[in-house]
Design a protein around this ligand. Structure first.
Ligand SMILES: Cc1cc2nc3c(=O)[nH]c(=O)nc-3n(C[C@H](O)[C@H](O)[C@H](O)COP(=O)(O)OP(=O)(O)OC[C@H]3O[C@@H](n4cnc5c(N)ncnc54)[C@H](O)[C@@H]3O)c2cc1C
Length: 458
C-alpha cells in the first residue's frame, strides 16, 4: 500500500482526513497489512484523544466516512416534536435501542407543536386515507392516559360548518365536506348532520350562522393537549430506555451500507443502523434540492380573545369547530380550556408567504390582532370581544395538496423522513410514530403509510 493509499485508508477507517502535515505514529511496513492496521488504530486513538487538538495533528473530520465501528444504537431520531417523540417512545417500548436528538428541548415554541391544544377529527376532510391514522392515534392517546394518568385527549366532538357543501375547500383540498361524510361512512364514525342554519343555530347559538350553512358533528373529534402529548411520550420513552439529547442541532448525516452517522453542531458524531428524520419545519434542509422545493414553511398565528358574554356556551358541550367563513381561509377554534378569563382560542389559516424557520418574526402585531378580530371573530362569534389576551406564532410545513410526505430518503436507504404537517398533522402523530417504529424495525406498520409516500406527491 502506498503512502497516499494508506492515508486514504486511514481516513476512511477513522472518519478523519489529512490536512497538510500528518504524523503517523507506530511502525509502517508497506507489505504488512497488520502493521498498517496498527498504524490506523493509532491514528484513530490519537484522533479520539485529541478531538480538540485535531488541527494540531493535521487531521480533521471528513464528510463521508464509508466504514464505521459497530453503531452504538439501532435508530437515531432527529427531531423530538410530535412525530419524533411518538416514534422514539414506540421504538423504545418495543426494545429498540434508540437515541433521540433535538436542537431545543421539546415541547418548545419554535416549531409546529406549540399553543396548548390541537384539534382532532376522526372523519377527515383531507381524505379518507387519513382516518385510520386519527382513529389509531385516539386509541394510543387513551392508552397513554391510562398508563400515565395524564389528560391528553378531550373528546368534545368536532363541528365542521360550511355554506357551500358541494364546493367545500379547506387548505386547498377540494370536497372537504364530502370527504368528511365519506370517511364517517367508511369507518363507522358516530356523527350528526345539521342540514340547515336553523338546525345549527338552535343547537349551537355561539356560532352566528347567517343563511346557507350546514354542519357535521364528528363525535370522535375533540382536542389534544399538544405539549402534554409530547412531554409524556418523551418521558415514557426514557422510562423504556431511550437516550435523549437536547440542545444539539444535527448539521449533517451520511450513510453507507453499514449504517448512518449523524454529526451535531457540538461536534459529536453518533452512529446507528437507521435514521428517522422528523425535523418539522427544518426538514426540507435534509432533503435533495428537487424535493425540498415541494415544501414551504409559513408563519401562522394563534389568538386568544376575551369572552364578553355567555361564557357557558363555550364550556360544557361546546365542540371544537372548523368553519369555512370565506374563500381565503377557515376560522377554527376550541372550547374553553380552564378559566374563562384565559380567553377563547381561535385562528385562521391565512399566511403572508414563505418564511425561514430560523429567522421568523415571532411577534403578532396589533394590526394582525385587529384584522383577526374584525374579519374572523366579530362577524361569527359575537360573544367574543376585541381584547386580545394572548397570541402565539407557529409554523406550518406545507406540501402540495396539504399532503403528508413520509418515505425513505431518496438518496439514503437507511433513512426515513416524515413530514406530516400541512397544518393538520398533530392528531395523526401518535399513529404515525407507531407505524414509523414498525417500519424502522422491518415490521409491517399497524397503519398503512403508503398513501403518504413520494408517489402521491403531486
Ligand atoms: C398554528 C398551527 C395550528 C395547527 N393546528 C393543528 C390542529 O388543530 N390539528 C392538527 O392535527 N394539527 C395541527 N397543526 C399541525 C401540527 O401541529 C403539525 O403537523 C405537527 O406539530 C408537526 O409535528 P412535527 O413532529 O413534524 O414537527 P415539530 O413538532 O415542530 O418537531 C420538529 C422537531 O425537530 C427539531 N429539529 C429540527 N431541526 C433539527 C435539527 N437539525 N437537529 C435536531 N433537531 C431538530 C425541532 O426542534 C422540533 O422539536 C397545526 C400547526 C400549527 C403551526
Amino acid at each position: 500500500m502506498r503512502w497516499e493509499g494508506l492515508l486514504e485508508f486511514a481516513s476512511r477507517q477513522t472518519g478523519f482526513s489529512s490536512s497538510g502535515r500528518i504524523e503517523i505514529v507506530g511502525p509502517i511496513h508497506r507489505k504488512c497489512p497488520a502493521v498498517v492496521v496498527v498504524a490506523v488504530h493509532k491514528i484513530a486513538e490519537r484522533c479520539k484523544q485529541a478531538t480538540e487538538g485535531s488541527a494540531a495533528i493535521g487531521l480533521e473530520r471528513t464528510e463521508e466516512p464509508t466504514r464505521r465501528a459497530m453503531p452504538s444504537c439501532e435508530v437515531i431520531v432527529v427531531g423530538l416534536g410530535a412525530v419524533g417523540s411518538a416514534a422514539t417512545w414506540h421504538l423504545a417500548r418495543l426494545g429498540t435501542k434508540v437515541l433521540g436528538i433535538d436542537r431545543y428541548k421539546p415541547p418548545h415554541e419554535f416549531g409546529s407543536s406549540t399553543g396548548e391544544t390541537r384539534l382532532t377529527r376522526a372523519a377527515v376532510g383531507e381524505g379518507v386515507e387519513y382516518s385510520p391514522l386519527a382513529l389509531r392515534s385516539n386509541e394510543i392517546w387513551r392508552e397513554i392516559e391510562t398508563t400515565t394518568g395524564e389528560t391528553l385527549f378531550v373528546q368534545c366532538g368536532c363541528l365542521t360548518i360550511t355554506g357551500r357543501p358541494n364546493k367545500s375547500m379547506v387548505h386547498g383540498v377540494s370536497k372537504f365536506f364530502d370527504n368528511i361524510v365519506a370517511s364517517a361512512e367508511r369507518y363507522n364514525i358516530p356523527h350528526e348532520i345539521f342540514g340547515s342554519a336553523d338546525a345549527l343555530r338552535s343547537r349551537f347559538p355561539q356560532f352566528a350562522v347567517s343563511g346557507t350553512e350546514v354542519g357535521f358533528l364528528d363525535k370522535g373529534g375533540g382536542y389534544l393537549f399538544v405539549e402534554a402529548c409530547i412531554r409524556t411520550q418523551l418521558r415514557s420513552a426514557v422510562d423504556c430506555g431511550a437516550e435523549l439529547k437536547f440542545g444539539e442541532k444535527v448539521v449533517t448525516f451520511n450513510s453507507s451500507a453499514s449504517g448512518v452517522t449523524v454529526t451535531t453542531d457540538s461536534g459529536e458524531r453518533y452512529d446507528a443502523e437507521k435514521l428517522l428524520l422528523a425535523a418539522g419545519a427544518w426538514m426540507p434542509a435534509f432533503l435533495p434540492e428537487k424535493l425540498r422545493q415541494c415544501f414551504s414553511v409559513t408563519r401562522q398565528f394563534l389568538h386568544w380573545f376575551e369572552i364578553q358574554t355567555n361564557p357557558e356556551r363555550f364550556s360544557k358541550d361546546c365542540p371544537v369547530f372548523i368553519w369555512e367563513v370565506n374563500r381565503k381561509s377557515i376560522l377554527y377554534g376550541f372550547p374553553l380550556v380552564g378559566d374563562p378569563g384565559a380567553g377563547l382560542k381561535v385562528a385562521n389559516e391565512e399566511s403572508e408567504g414563505i418564511v425561514d424557520p430560523d429567522s421568523v418574526d415571532r411577534v403578532v402585531s396589533e394590526a394582525d390582532k385587529a384584522k383577526m378580530y374584525e374579519t374572523y371573530v366579530r362577524p361569527f362569534l359575537p360573544d367574543l370581544g376585541p381584547r386580545s389576551i394572548k397570541t402565539a406564532v407557529c409554523l406550518y410545513t406545507n406540501a402540495p395538496g396539504a399532503r403528508f410526505v413520509i418515505d425513505t430518503h431518496p438518496e439514503h436507504e437507511q433513512v426515513i423522513f416524515a413530514s406530516p404537517c400541512s397544518g393538520h398533522g398533530f392528531k395523526h402523530s401518535a399513529a404515525i410514530g407507531e407505524a414509523l417504529a414498525d417500519k424502522l424495525r422491518n415490521c409491517l406498520p399497524r397503519v398503512d403509510l403508503s398513501p403518504f409516500d413520494l408517489r402521491h406527491l403531486r
